[in-house]
Design a protein around this ligand. Structure first.
Ligand code: I3P
Length: 273
C-alpha cells in the first residue's frame, strides 16, 4: 500500500520506484497495460530497474499533482488469494497469530491445538470478516491530511459502516464524491473494452483513491498477483469462484463500490445498510 508500506522510494520529480518481485509478474502486467484501454486507469509505467540485486518498477507518482491529498486503498475482488493456495498445505503460525489477534473465537478446536493455519484459511477468514466476500471489495486503509493513517479496518463489513468511513475520507465534499463516481464508472467502461482484463485474473489488486478536496482520481494498482488466464479459460469477473474457474469477483466489487458511493450521498443524515 503506497502510503503505508516501506516498498516505495521517490525516484525523480513525479516518479517513484516500487519494489518488485523477481517473478516479474507485476512488470509484465504493467508492460501490457501500457498498450491497453486501461492505460489511463493505472500509474504510468516507465521501466523496470535492477539495483543491488533487487528489482524495481519506475512508475508515475500518483500523488505528485495533488496538494495535501487524502488517500484510500481499496482491495478489490471476492477472492484475494491465488488458486495455488488451495494446494498449499503449509501451516503457518504467523497467520494463526494474526487471526487470533483479530478474532480470538475464530480458530477451530484443531487450530487451537496446532496453533497454525494455511494461507487459504487465513485469506478466506479475512474475506469473510470484511466486506470482500459479500461485496467484492474492502477498505484496507486510508489517510487524510494531517492525520495518522487509519489501518485497523479488518472488520469493516456492512454497507453502512463503509459509508461512514467513506464520508470521513471524503470530508464532506460532494464534488469529490461525484468526481469519484464518474471516474469509477469510466473505469468500468474501460474494463469492459480491455483485452488485458479479458485475459487475466486480478488478485490482491487495489484501487487507489486520491483527492485534495478539489481534484479526485482513482487508479488500479498492485498487480503482483495479476496472472494471465490459462489457455481456453475465460472469466466474467462476477461469477462465484470455485477452484479452477479463476473468477476473481473484480466487477462485483466495482459495481458495489460505485453503489456504496452513490448511497453515501443519498443518506447523508441516516444511512441504510
Ligand atoms: C496479508 C494480506 C496480504 C497477503 C499476506 C497476508 O494479511 O492479505 O495481501 O499478501 O500474505 O498475510 P493482512 O492484511 O491481514 O496482514 P499477498 O497479497 O501477497 O498474498 P503473506 O503473509 O503470505 O505475505
Amino acid at each position: 500500500m503506497m502510503f503505508i508500506s516501506g516498498s516505495f522510494a521517490p525516484a525523480g520529480p513525479g516518479t517513484i520506484w516500487k519494489k518488485s518481485s523477481p517473478d516479474r509478474v507485476e512488470i509484465e502486467a504493467y508492460k501490457k497495460l501500457m498498450k491497453d484501454p486501461l492505460s489511463s486507469m493505472v500509474p504510468h509505467f516507465y521501466k523496470d530497474v535492477e539495483y543491488n540485486n533487487e528489482y524495481f518498477i519506475e512508475m508515475q507518482d500518483l500523488l505528485h499533482n495533488f496538494k495535501n491529498p487524502a488517500v484510500m486503498d481499496i482491495k478489490m475482488g471476492t477472492r484475494t488469494f491465488l488458486e495455488s493456495e488451495v494446494e498449499n498445505a503449509k501451516a503457518r503460525s504467523d497467520l494463526y497469530e494474526k487471526m487470533l489477534k483479530v478474532d480470538p473465537t475464530a480458530p477451530t478446536a484443531e487450530e487451537l491445538e496446532t496453533k497454525a493455519i494455511t494461507k487459504l484459511r487465513y485469506m478466506q477468514f479475512r474475506e469473510n470478516l470484511s466486506s470482500s466476500a459479500e461485496l467484492g471489495f474492502r477498505i484496507e486503509g486510508f489517510k487524510v491530511h494531517g492525520e495518522e493513517p487509519t489501518k485497523d479496518l479488518k472488520c469493516l463489513k456492512s454497507r453502512d459502516e463503509i459509508c461512514r468511513t467513506m464520508k470521513q475520507f471524503l470530508n464532506g465534499s460532494e464534488k469529490v464524491r461525484l468526481l469519484l463516481i464518474a471516474r469509477l464508472e469510466n473505469l468500468k467502461a474501460k474494463l469492459e473494452k480491455s483485452t488485458f482484463f479479458r485475459h487475466h485474473e486480478v488478485i490482491g489488486s487495489s484501487i487507489l483513491i486520491i483527492h485534495d478536496g478539489k481534484k479526485a482520481g482513482a487508479w488500479m494498482i498492485d498487480f503482483a498477483k495479476t496472472l494471465p488466464l490459462p489457455e481456453g479459460v475465460t472469466t466474467d469477473h462476477r461469477s462465484k469462484w470455485c477452484n479452477g474457474n479463476h473468477e476473481d469477483g473484480y466487477l462485483t466489487g466495482l459495481d458495489n463500490l460505485i453503489h456504496v458511493l452513490k448511497q453515501c450521498g443519498k443518506s447523508r443524515s441516516k444511512s441504510k445498510s
